[in-house]
Ligand binder design. Structure first.
Ligand code: 6GU
Length: 250
């Protein structure tokens, strides 16, 4: 990155704690440390003309060589997977987070401006797996915020990082459904009550209500996810009824 300070939040909260307890190791590298001119230049005009600036290949090549050499000293024979945040990358999702959580070592190349000279990625791909990754269909100013998002989504899946492993199971995007709505005390607030079933103590009814809420909410907000859920579940007559009530048409 050319903005190491952008990644300062990696000291905080769950990820900071995971780092301090040795569950994950993170290092931030300043791309400008790999420049050799007085102005520490990292960008130049795009070949072929056009708007904006492109990141020059030399600092990136040196930075990647340095990260590879530094990390390889600690774990011989292991290479990182290089993730390149880009709106033209493959869409990041929970399945990819699980996949990345199974890898030993991830490296992120955070581009700015119009992007990184493509030869950097072609050159790196001869030595490492390289994957362009997008958060979604909108444009950020650079890869740092995307790298933070990917790191947070991946690190929380590592064993021991999230205290209560059960909270990883029932959350949104596990099993293709969104999470059910949650409530706490007080039982009545501004004339709004916590749904009665939740204070019934009847665990089966609570579980059935939550499942129904997940299905309804997903059909309403993210109908695109229902097809993936249906591919893995034969819906009960009740589930079919709920989907129909929410206007889902398959
Ligand atoms: Cl990964 N990078 C940038 N610059 N913009 C994005 C993105 C990534 N994902 C969505 N928009």
């Amino acid at each position: 990155t050319i903005f190491p300070e952008y990644l300062a939040p990696l000291e905080l909260s769950l990820i900071g704690k995971a780092r301090r307890s040795g569950l994950v190791e993170l290092a931030v590298h300043d791309l400008r440390d790999f420049t050799h001119d007085r102005h520490r230049t990292v960008d130049d005009a795009p070949a072929g003309g056009g708007a904006g600036m492109v990141m020059r290949p030399e600092p990136w090549g040196e930075a990647i060589d340095h990260v590879l050499a530094a990390g390889a000293g600690e774990r011989p024979g292991v290479v990182p997977t290089l993730l390149v945040p880009s709106p033209s990358g493959r869409r990041f999702d929970q399945a990819m987070a699980h996949e990345l959580a199974g890898l030993d070592w991830l490296a992120f190349a955070c581009g700015r401006y119009e992007g990184i000279d493509e030869r950097v990625l072609d050159d790196a791909a001869e030595r490492l797996p390289v994957r362009a990754v997008s958060l979604g269909d909108y444009v950020l100013n650079g890869g740092e915020v995307a790298a933070l998002a990917v790191i947070e989504a991946v690190v929380r899946l590592l064993p021991g990082v999230v205290g209560n492993a059960e909270s990883l199971v029932e959350e949104s995007h596990e099993g293709h459904l969104l999470e059910y709505p949650v409530y706490t005390r007080p039982a009545s607030w501004r004339g709004r009550e916590v749904p009665e079933v939740l204070s019934s103590g009847h665990h089966a009814n609570v579980a059935a209500w939550r499942h129904e809420q997940r299905l309804r909410r997903t059909a309403r907000r993210r109908p695109d996810l229902i097809a993936a859920w249906l591919a893995e579940h034969e819906p009960t007559p009740r589930e079919r009824e709920l989907l129909a009530e929410e206007g889902w048409v398959g």
